[in-house]
Design a protein around this ligand. Structure first.
Ligand SMILES: CC(=O)N[C@H]1[C@@H](OP(=O)(O)OP(=O)(O)OC[C@H]2O[C@@H](n3ccc(=O)[nH]c3=O)[C@H](O)[C@@H]2O)O[C@H](CO)[C@@H](O)[C@@H]1O[C@H](C)C(=O)N[C@@H](C)C(=O)N[C@H](CCC(=O)O)C(=O)O
Ligand SMILES: Nc1ncnc2c1ncn2[C@@H]1O[C@H](COP(=O)(O)OP(=O)(O)OP(=O)(O)O)[C@@H](O)[C@H]1O
Ligand SMILES: N[C@H](CCC[C@H](N)C(=O)O)C(=O)O
Ligand SMILES: [Mg+2]
Length: 487
């Protein structure tokens, strides 16, 4: 645990307190009453299911030194009264856990964030910087990876992690900014110097009231967190990207656009090969040809976004482009688990949205002489309106689909599968994910490709409150071994 700090050192900007309270020692911060320890400040935050206010008595009983909340908060302890407790908590966390890498690039968008931050980490490492990536995959350093289960963790865990990276000597951090994280102010207090926008398509409409709210949450990265003069790297191949770029110009940001419509880094041609793709691109009027050792147009888009961020952070353009030839794939993103004896690949991917699934199926098509076999499902307690849309994509673009379970959480998995199957009536239904994978592997003929989508790097299946150990890659390898061993 960190050493206690006087309250005066970590007060949010503009907050005044009675002089007698300024030296109150603060041993830690908590936004969940269950994590409060003696001497902690407990932040009472409004949530989706509850209001943290309800848990103030528990926090007090556990020895909270003070409560952070709105001015009307009732408490027996000293109150740090603020209008926006989430923003104040992020500021306090950044002061309690001081120190950040000098360069922080934050990437937002519906799909492609994890891939982009990992590619950027690799480009920076190659350029000689101590670099880290932080997001859905946890914290990735050259030495390895530790997970924390969120794309953008809460302000306390995030600032603690960032501060630890600084202590470890990390100078360059590429982090994911999820829409939940941005809306809930989890990363306010992070000194962002570069921001990236990949795309915006359907997801999370369970949490955001509508698309505009989803978009506005993403835009906080550009209009609130990135200071004027900071660099905004935007993929402008979608109408939302064009909107982000226009708004970023108005905000006085340094705008760098990438993609087929990119002004600064423009894709000209992509030629797919079995395990790579040749990319023709133009950077500031100069043509470059690069062989990217990864398949799928979406991976080229993410690699370009990472290149744009690297260039804007000061990496020499030639070096940034050169390092694309050496990129290694991201765990669980178009990752090959193995092949059948006849050469049919089994690929693990994290597509969990209609657009992700469409991009995945289109990426696999040029590499497939036979059929594309797809195993997928949709998460419980997540945007229910994406289920039928994912089914529709599978119906249109896969040759054989097996609908299975993907973290049903508190929902009835059969209902989730039904919603998908209504849009792809020809699909098979096998709820047990392991059985679905074994069946799919057994069905492969020469020339086919098997795509197992939705869980990527995940190592558990969440059913109710229980997380059952499960790994798509491992299961696929076992299924391949059984098939080839004839057992
Ligand atoms: C919808 C959502 O974002 N929920 C997150 C949010 O919960 P919430 O603020 O709505 O909390 P709540 O349950 O209503 O409770 C209100 C307050 O009371 C507190 N509480 C609650 C119970 C208690 O006993 N004591 C107590 O103090 C809670 O800590 C909270 O501060 O804040 C909690 C504390 O940090 C998170 O654990 C919780 O994540 C839930 C479990 C979750 O599933 N989140 C996912 C959707 C998420 O955040 N995903 C994004 C995006 C993923 C992506 O697209 O990449 C991510 O960044 O990971
Ligand atoms: N640029 C892109 N455009 C569309 N789909 C993409 C793109 N990049 C990745 N995908 C699809 O989305 C999946 C998830 O990719 P990635 O993990 O990089 O995204 P993410 O934004 O981090 O997702 P999450 O919101 O879960 O953190 C990939 O496995 C792929 O199927
Ligand atoms: N960050 C995304 C990941 C979804 C992955 C999929 N396996 C699921 O559980 O829906 C989310 O939490 O919505
Ligand atoms: Mg991610």
């Amino acid at each position: 645990m960190n050493a206690a700090r006087p309250l005066r050192d970590i007060l949010p900007d503009g907050v005044t307190l009675d002089d007698t309270l300024l030296d109150l020692p603060v041993a830690g911060l908590a936004l969940d009453s269950r994590s409060v320890q003696p001497g902690f400040v407990f932040a009472a935050l409004p949530g989706v299911k509850a209001h943290g206010r309800q848990f103030i008595p528990m926090a007090e009983d556990k020895g909270a030194a003070a409560i952070l909340g709105t001015p009307d908060t009732a408490t027996r302890k000293p109150l740090i009264a603020v209008e926006d407790p989430r923003e104040a908590l992020a500021q306090m966390a950044s002061k309690f856990y001081p120190g950040q890498p000098d360069t922080v690039a934050a990437v937002t968008g519906t799909n492609g964030k994890s891939s982009t931050v990992e590619f950027l980490r690799q480009i920076w490492s190659r350029a000689g910087f101590e670099a880290a990536a932080l997001g859905t995959l946890g914290v990735t350093l050259a030495s390895g990876r530790t997970e924390f289960g969120y794309t953008t963790p809460d302000a306390i865990r995030l600032h603690q992690a960032i501060s630890e990276l600084r202590v470890k000597g990390v100078t360059h951090l590429a982090m994911e900014a999820s829409s939940h994280g941005l809306k809930q102010r989890r990363m306010d207090g992070v000194t962002v110097s570069l921001a990236g926008f990949t795309n915006l398509t359907q997801d999370h409409l369970d949490y955001h009231s509508d698309f505009e709210d989803y978009f506005a949450s993403k835009m906080r990265l550009f209009d609130t967190l990135l200071p004027k003069g900071g660099s905004a790297v935007v993929d402008v191949d979608t109408q939302w990207g064009a909107r982000v770029a226009a708004r970023a110009e108005e905000l006085g940001l340094e705008v760098f656009t990438v993609g087929w419509a990119g002004r600064d880094l423009q894709l000209k041609e992509i030629t797919p090969h079995p395990a790579s793709q040749d990319i023709e691109l133009v950077y500031q009027g100069e043509a470059h040809s690069i062989t990217l050792p990864l398949i799928g147009e979406f991976q080229a888009a993410n690699a370009l976004m990472a290149t744009g961020l690297a260039i804007r952070s000061g990496v020499a353009p030639g070096a940034a482009l050169e390092s694309l030839k050496h990129l290694t794939g991201v765990p669980g993103r178009l990752e090959q688990a193995g092949k059948t004896r006849q050469g049919s690949p089994v690929l693990i991917d994290y597509a969990h949205t209609p657009d992700g699934l469409e991009k995945l199926l289109r990426a696999a098509r040029p590499h497939t002489q036979g059929r594309i076999v797809l195993v997928f499902g949709a998460g419980g307690d997540r945007d229910p309106t994406k289920r039928a849309k994912m089914g529709e994509v599978a119906r249109k673009l896969a040759d054989l689909s097996i609908v299975t379970d993907d973290n049903p959480r508190s929902e009835d998995p059969a209902k989730i599968r039904k919603a998908i199957l209504e849009a792809c009536p020809g699909a098979r239904e096998i709820g047990d994910r392991g059985e679905a994978i074994y069946t799919a592997v057994s069905l492969l003929d020469a020339g086919d490709t098997l795509l197992i989508a939705g869980k990527g790097h995940e190592t558990g299946q969440t059913v109710g409150d229980e997380v059952i150990a499960f790994d798509d890659g491992e299961t696929a390898r076992q299924a391949l071994a059984r098939r080839e061993g004839g057992s």
